[in-house]
Design a binder for this molecule. Sequence first.
Ligand SMILES: *Cc1c(COP(=O)(O)O)cnc(C)c1O
Length: 382
Amino acid sequence: MTDSEILMDKTNDLKPKSMKYPVYQPSLTGNEKKYVNECLDSTWISSKGKFLGEFEDKFAKFIGVDYATSVCNGTVAVHLALLALGIGEGDEVIVPTFTYIASANPVLVVNAKPVFVDSLEDTWQMDPRDIEAKITDKTKAIVVVHLYGHPCDMDEIMKIAKKHDLYVIEDCAEAIGTKYKNQTVGSFGDIGCFSFFGNKTMTCGEGGMVVTNDATLADRLRRYKNQGNAKYREYWNDILGFNYRMTNIQAAIGLAQLEQVETFISKKRQIAQWYMEELKDLPLEFNREGKDMFHTYWMVSCLVKKATLRDELREYLKINGIETRPTFYPIHTMPVYVHEFSKHKVAENIALRGMNLPSYPALEYKDVVEICSVIRKFFEEK
Ligand SMILES: *Cc1c(COP(=O)(O)O)cnc(C)c1O
């Protein structure tokens, strides 16, 4: 092959393939257009405007907390949470290894040390016993991630946090509306973080929210996201802050999405039930809802018996126009973190065998049946 042929080949590879069933597509059929047009017509398109306050207030109510402040994405939400709690150099923060990279990176950004813990085999969530085993006199906080829409074991985790006097930051990016014993996640810890990226349960395009019941923390979060502006003097910046603000346009979309979030969640739960029912006799293991839990199935996730088989199945589905995602690689195996050698057997096992199936509000029963028939054919041909 000549260089240009190789280049062509690569370019083709980068082209988005036309998939009949993408793994996700947002639903924007509510008041999104109307509210965005109000922003445009009124010229309030930047980070001031009526939709911001309304979205924050209604989101706080939905989660069941006193304060919510909007930010430009979920990653900076976690960064702000760490800043507001004063976590920095010399501190250790416990993080699950089986999660999206944005749960861990902000810990490094504030110069603290992430200490990884393994997952539970049944729920895939962080293992409370491993949390307790990893606590040292430098541990300051636990980043609790409710992965793929399933809640963590909050009774156990809050008990450990209390016993060792640790802060709890909940990363609820994948768990909007998820409940543990009838309490909505994001309201258990000191601070809860949310993401409204395009594939999350509700979206602003890009966006995030930080929630808390503590007035002092709420105040700090607002100041850090707004250049460290002092309250007592205009344009006076007395702490090192950032511009992490959300725009009124994002909030307009967010508010319209929030109006529909209960519908999105029940549809996702319905889709998960359809998959589990259609595929129940196949060698697939689903991330099911545990007792006293309300799983919002951000993704419908399942395990295949072997990692090689998972990759073959994903390829087979792709050829048939069905997009899937592999489960996250354990963070402790990634280049930025790999220098600290550790083993996390359960997470390593799940991560390489897991995949996420298409799940979005517009997906209908007949679509799920069609996707499942392709999965069945794959196993029949094996
Ligand atoms: C999506 C996600 C984030 C980050 O959110 P962005 O809005 O993409 O920055 C953080 N943590 C988890 C677990 C996520 O899934």
